[in-house]
Design a protein around this ligand. Sequence first.
Ligand code: TYD
Ligand code: MG
Length: 444
Amino acid sequence: MFVCTECKSRSQKWSGKCLNCSAWSSLVEAPDEKKKKGLGGGGSAAPLVALQDISASAPAHARLSTKIASVDEVLGGGIVPGSLVLLAGEPGIGKSTIVMQIAIAARGALYVSGEESADQVSLRMKRLAGPGGKADIKFIGTTDFEEVYNAIKTHRPTLAIVDSVQTMRHPDVPSEPGNVAQIRAVANALMDLANQTGVPIILIGHVTKDGSVAGPKTLEHLVDVVIALEGERSDRLRFMRCFKNRFGPTDEVAVLEMLENGLQPVADPSGLLLQERSLPVPGTVVTCLMDGNRPILVEIQALTTRTTFGFPQRRAVGVDTGRLQILLAVLGRRMGLPVDQFDVFVNVVGGLSADEPAADLAICMAIASALADKTIPQTVIAFGEVGLSGEIRRVKNMDKRLKEAERQGFKFALVPAAKNFPTTKTLKLTPIADIKSVLEKIEK
Ligand code: TYD
Ligand code: MG
């Protein structure tokens, strides 16, 4: 018997597609029915736990620190015992590196790899622990998930790492490793195991740039915490952010740098992001994003080229294309810019995502500056949300953003109109009511 993990319907034969709900690869082998008598046919009752008797400060339940403060923050204060953390990222981005650093910090971790040999992993461990550095890590090199499951259950490590979900072969699922049914079965089993044993587990999942390949996306609702490691592979900077956390907030971002000794925290992310600024060219402007509580300055770049035939293209790296389309519609309809005759490309330098509305104003200014072929002075910083009628709306944490801009030596800030402006010494604030008034300034 097989059962569909989506609609729970049963069928005699396994097939790639559920005949009932049409979900793909959702059939898994059903547990043997004959052994069960059904509800009401005996069996034991679950033990009751008195919630008031559980002491929150019991040391056994303390979170596991990764020994990197910003990574702990992203995790909501460390790794919760008995939780399953999914670490997703593109191949080569540094997932195996960061989990090895965490494994070293955990003392007594178990590292499972279905991708690399003991030699390779040991080499990485020694490099990351540094000369004279101590590490206590057990290794299993296998793709047989049953062996992994039993090993975690038997040995109860302080932390278990499974690298990667795509390489594990669950014995109950007939399809190939990496298949959606396989990775779901593996994640489900690890979730139960983490709960039962109290062992925190980090599960690595590869994603491709568009994130669409069967994989971590389908696991997000199964696990406790989803962490993504992002960045440009050609660049040293990496951003670790949390997309889901059953035990804490999800708005922190850790800025890390890939060095010889692994991923290390960056003390001054704004400085690093801005240090490679080019000469002033049309289409670039700096804005300030918030990563949790910390302001980060990033450069937004736009390039426009006349559309040669057909539909104008819109491409963006680090900006949601849906958001870009809306901003282009505002620039076109409200400001009369000829955006429908131009292909528009937008990029956030350094690989950070500008998914905050506060970046709107800078994105619009970068596009307008590119279209007008006019340079915006490099001493200018801009932030504000752009509404559908072109009005500039207020954003949160204005004072933190301005303080950071001042610290980095900016002289002029274009900001939304506010009742009380924070006081600044060397930074001149210009309140902007609507996008039109900024564009007029650019034109001049
Ligand atoms: P890796 O962690 O293997 O990526 P993933 O597991 O996400 O596929 O890391 C990939 C790159 O990181 C690799 O090109 C080598 C580089 N690297 C460093 O620069 N410094 C280091 O200390 C380590 C361990 C790796
Ligand atoms: Mg790897």
